[in-house]
Design a protein around this ligand. Sequence first.
Ligand code: ADP
Ligand code: MG
Length: 239
Amino acid sequence: MTISDLHKSYGDVEVLKGISLTVAPGEVVCLVGPSGSGKSTLLRCINVLETANSGLIDVGGFIATDPDIDLDVMRRHVGMVFQAFNLFPHMTAIENCSIAQRKVLGRSQSAADEVSRASLEKVGLGHLADRYPDQLSGGQQQRVAIARALSMEPSLMLFDEPTSALDPETVGDVLDVMRNLADEGMTMIVVTHEMHFAREVADKVVFMDGGVVVEEGPAAEVIGNPQHERTKSFLARVL
Ligand code: ADP
Ligand code: MG
């Protein structure tokens, strides 16, 4: 996945000021930085929930910045997990996982459910497939949201602060699922303040501030030995 010189403005305010970033297949990149630095906007541009003003985003040959991009094709290849899980409240876990497979991929109910079951097993929730979201803990709901994204068989997974809204006791299960995905070779971009996770799992840490990449490199270097003042002061606040 390659991003080059990406610019995004809201009205007169430029929030991404020329972002360039490469993520190799199977690589895990943790994106860190203060609130308002443009992390969510960057992920939303990759998933075409926002339209960039200029620059290029290439996800395995799918050009997200192409104005004629087929959104269904693009979103099939890029899974996204949000801070707020956004599950359909009137659907069970397995129905939440199957709906997009049926609508977007045209899978039959039984084919979709089979994939959904495998995805729910993968996140450790095979036994809760028939529960509704309000019968699940926050961490379990977030794991359903991950299973839902995986059910589309994406080539890239984006996580936007997936554990920020969770009770502390359920954070670990979600991080474990993400760690397993990383170990299986999933390509991932993770916006997180979990520096322990970043240090352990990320191949690369990217520090953003004010709409630019200030510093990037191996996790141990960026977290353990940051070079820029802005990185140092940010890490001093979150570590
Ligand atoms: P982060 O995720 O790093 O906290 P965001 O990408 O959410 O940062 O926001 C970057 C900047 O863009 C912030 O100043 C925010 O207020 C602004 N912004 C985000 N979304 C919108 C929007 N839909 N309209 C106008 N401004 C926005
Ligand atoms: Mg954000």
